[in-house]
Ligand binder design. Structure first.
Ligand code: FES
Length: 87
């Protein structure tokens, strides 16, 4: 996702799905919180996991602001960034 991209995310729509609907690609694979492909960081704002903390994110990552966008709802306006895997 290029810097500065914006998209609307209704409160009842998963962030990954809202981004894709706006033609903004967030990487993904399982769409179920199990693979970590959609890992990113929430720089500002708050998210919520309607089904609880997904399997592919640890408590410490969650506390540090990391998020799995395939499983999260936006609770407020957000600023997010994607996490690129180490190559
Ligand atoms: S796409 Fe697999 S954890 Fe999000």
């Amino acid at each position: 996702m290029p810097a500065g991209e914006r998209f609307l995310c209704p409160a009842d729509k998963i962030i990954l799905n809202a981004a894709h609907a706006a033609n903004i690609l967030i990487p993904y694979s399982c769409r179920g919180g199990q693979c970590g492909s959609c890992l990113g960081r929430v720089l500002t704002g708050r998210i919520h996991y309607p089904n609880g903390l997904p399997q592919a994110i640890s408590d410490s990552q969650d506390r540090a602001g990391y998020a799995l966008f395939c499983s999260a709802l936006a609770v407020s306006d957000l600023t997010i960034e994607l996490v690129r895997p180490n190559l």
